[in-house]
Design a protein around this ligand. Structure first.
Ligand code: BGC
Length: 429
């Protein structure tokens, strides 16, 4: 039996916009409602985690898990510029207190993709002013709730904009491509079947945010090099604000990291991707306390670039390869360049067959355990996701959760994989 250290964190993750419901002051809510929207469906009530968080965290506790990663929603805390909402702080205080009462370690993400609508109208994630605005929001949250938060992820998947830029270039550049073929080529839930409607959608975007559509820069917009710099400056700003107020809080960022593998001749592509996904960011992270690693699959590179899966490849419901060993490989690669603690802040699989999820968790955590044996400082693992939820532009069809939800009644149905993960915490692999 392979046991994890007693203080090793094992749990599950969510993000506010994907589970809470009615995130009405956010940019994503606005985009979901537009004519010609890229979203397959709007988030609406989501899985009503806003009201059912106790039930959900209780299910995690009953399974034997001891860690919950969730995000605080900026659009709730600061629905309009400079106006902070005390009631929303109280809501998150209750979530945090409920975690502590149940011996669950909370890992809080301050920004998980969705932003207040107003920030986009002010120039969003390509605007210098966002650095100050983000700092103000972080200062407010930490001044109110800091004592209850041991770990903070400032920004979720800070590197996703670059991944999105690459794939958008490919979709837009190829007029004969409907976009369909690109589903599965990006890690997060984006909808490329809608290419034909893009122009109409972008125009509506501009109108909704009251600015030139070319300047609408949400967190899922393709990002320029300047935008990359701004996001890292936001991270640095958040870290210094947090540390100034509460040096005990452990601060990190999370990155979406593929396991890049080379066939003969593909080595240069692997080097390039590893630089773009990870190594480029390291200078900004030197003062961080931990790194959040998020991994879902691998990418294979041949002499002509990425080799797409063929009909023999086992795929997940997201369309990319089912390959749980990617996680251990990524941790090993990261550990060559990062000597401080690593938390696996996301790893999981979308599938309708829960046995596949059990197998995925078993194989992925076997990789994590091997990394521990090799002396790598991994201190936690939160499976994505606690609940089936809103997978961004792909809507509610994707099923990553350890708990299924009937959204007509908001009834929870824990899956076998939830108790399987809990047993790993209790007894080992
Ligand atoms: C994101 C989640 C998303 C998950 C599954 C990650 O990119 O952080 O919000 O739901 O992947 O696609």
């Amino acid at each position: 039996m392979k046991k994890f250290p007693k203080n090793f964190m094992i749990g599950a993750a969510t993000a506010a916009h994907q589970v809470e419901g009615n995130n009405v002051n956010s940019d994503f809510w606005t985009m979901e409602q537009l004519p010609g929207t890229m979203y397959k469906e709007p988030s609406l009530n989501a899985v009503d985690h806003y009201h059912k968080f106790k039930e959900d965290i209780q299910l995690l506790v009953d399974a034997g898990l001891n860690t919950y990663r969730f995000s605080i929603e900026w659009a709730r805390i600061e629905p309009s510029k400079g106006n902070f909402d005390k009631n929303e702080i109280e809501h998150y205080r209750q979530v945090l207190e409920f975690c502590h009462q149940n011996n669950v370690t909370p890992i809080v993400t301050l920004h998980h993709f969705s932003s207040p609508k107003w920030i986009i109208s002010e120039g969003g994630w390509e605007s210098e002013s966002t650095i100050e605005y983000f700092g103000n929001y972080c200062r407010y949250v930490v001044s109110e709730l800091g004592d209850l938060i041991p770990y903070i992820c400032t920004i979720n998947e800070a590197n996703i904009g670059k991944q999105i830029s690459k794939i958008m270039k490919r979709v837009m550049g190829n007029q004969s491509n409907s976009g369909k073929d690109n589903n599965g080529n990006i890690q997060v839930g984006l909808n490329f079947d809608m290419k034909a409607q893009m122009e109409k959608y972008f125009q509506a975007l501009g109108e909704a945010f009251g600015i030139d559509p070319r300047n609408v820069q949400t967190f899922h917009s393709p990002r320029t090099e300047n935008g990359e710099r701004i996001i890292m400056k936001c991270h640095e700003k958040a870290r210094s604000v947090i540390k100034e107020m509460n040096p005990n809080i452990q601060v990190g960022i999370t990155l979406s990291l593929y396991d890049h593998q080379a066939l003969p001749g593909g080595e240069k592509f692997v080097d390039q991707e590893q630089h773009e996904d990870f190594l480029n960011y390291l200078p900004y992270l030197q003062e961080d306390d931990f790194l959040g690693v998020q991994n879902y699959s691998r990418k294979i590179h041949g002499p002509d670039g990425v080799v797409n899966p063929d009909e023999t490849t086992r795929l997940t419901k997201m369309g990319y390869e089912y390959y749980p060993e990617a996680l251990g490989n990524v941790i090993r690669f990261v550990a060559k360049h990062w000597k401080k603690p690593i938390i696996v802040t996301e790893n999981g699989v979308s599938t309708d067959n829960d046995e596949e999820r059990v197998e995925f968790i078993k194989r992925a955590l076997t990789g994590v355990h091997q990394c521990l044996e090799e002396g790598i400082q991994v201190i936690g693992y939160t499976y994505w996701s606690l609940l089936d939820n809103f997978e961004w532009q792909l809507g509610y069809d994707q099923t990553f959760g350890l708990i299924a939800v009937d959204r007509t009644t908001q009834t929870r149905y824990p899956k076998e994989s939830l108790s399987f993960l809990g047993n790993i915490k209790k007894e080992g692999l």
